[in-house]
Design a protein around this ligand. Structure first.
Ligand code: CUA
Length: 331
């Protein structure tokens, strides 16, 4: 490489480290993501080939031959370089892409998990049937959770995607391509992870003010760990006489949130039965700590503009701390 071209590729070299990590499509940890990445490289090679040939012909036609070309040579260049070559490459790429589709849409052999895009978080239900019964556009039944999805490694988990009001897009770059969550219909997406780990997902379709803060985590574990996790999520919250529960009920939190095993049975916001078992609160916004839970209760709109939850900052700090302490104990 000569010295003049080096500064030009410097920005490219600087962003290369960003190609790794838990939210990178260039670091696949699932079957679909790996196929999508190979499709990307093949498409890129095709695009580079067409670009090189077209630019080469342009150079040849205008600069390389000072005395000009005959009409026959010009026609030949246009037909072969401008028509035949791009058509052959593009048709090849089209069939390469189409050939992938049936395999990517093959039904799952693993669990079925319903996911609904809400404003602005992810409603999750484990162990659902893909039937037509719909609660807020989700298939009936299932074990509720939010914003963190556990799936077993080396199994084809079927995600049933929907939304009650606006369109979102469910995207876990290291595991699979994007799929929209559309009101009034259920879209299917297969996740087949090949590596254990925690991966970041995000909403990939502008859906409102807090769109950029609508994240989630996907935790890939062994089949046995997955079964144990779902059983634990199915259990009601541990019995408690915590003053936090009393304050939670007295201040109307139960109008929106459920904590199974207590009188709180709202279904507008996320189910909080096992809130402390999740890595984050507020759809990937903050790590789950008592301090963060308290800060979010006091001023959710400050931390996440556009959130639907009202602020409870008028309550005494002591009461908010009690509620946060109780929620932070719900593992
Ligand atoms: Cu939900 Cu963007």
């Amino acid at each position: 490489m000569n010295r003049r071209s080096f500064p030009g590729i410097l920005p490219f070299l600087l962003v290369l480290p960003a190609c790794e990590g838990p939210q990178s499509a260039f670091d696949p940890a699932g079957v679909e993501a790996a196929r999508v990445l190979s499709l990307f490289w093949i498409m890129l090679a095709g695009a580079v080939a067409i670009w090189t040939v077209v630019i080469g012909i342009s150079y040849y036609a205008t600069k390389a031959s000072a005395e000009g070309h005959s009409e026959k040579t010009g026609l030949r260049l246009i037909i072969w370089g401008g028509c035949v070559f791009p058509t052959v490459v593009l048709v090849g790429l089209l069939f390469w892409g189409l050939e992938m589709m049936p395999e990517l849409r093959r039904p799952g052999d693993g669990p079925t998990i319903a996911v609904s895009g809400e404003r602005f978080w992810w409603r999750i239900a484990y162990g659902v049937e893909g039937g037509p019964g719909v609660v807020r556009n989700l298939p009936q039944g299932g074990i509720p959770s939010a914003n963190e999805i556990w799936i077993p490694v080396d199994q084809r988990t079927e995600i049933l995607l929907s939304s009650p009001d606006v369109i979102h897009s469910f995207w876990v770059p290291p595991l699979a391509g994007k799929m929209d969550a559309i009101p009034g219909r259920v879209n299917r997406l297969i996740l087949e992870p090949t590596e254990l780990g925690v991966f970041n997902g995000a909403c990939a379709e502008f859906c409102g003010t807090a769109h950029a803060q609508m994240e989630f985590r996907v935790v890939v574990v062994s089949g046995a760990e997955f079964e144990a996790y779902v059983q634990a999520q199915a259990r009601p919250a541990k019995e408690t006489n915590s003053p936090g529960l009393g304050l939670f009920m007295a201040n109307g939190c139960a109008a929106c949130h459920s904590v199974r095993g207590t009188p709180a049975d709202g279904d507008v916001g996320p189910d909080l039965t096992h809130l402390a078992s999740r890595r984050t609160i507020a759809a990937g916004l903050l790590p789950t700590t008592e301090e963060n839970i308290a800060a979010f209760i006091a001023s959710p709109d400050h931390l996440k503009p556009g959130v639907e939850m009202p602020a409870f900052g008028v309550l005494p700090d002591r009461e908010i701390a009690r509620v946060a302490e109780w929620l932070g104990s719900l593992e």
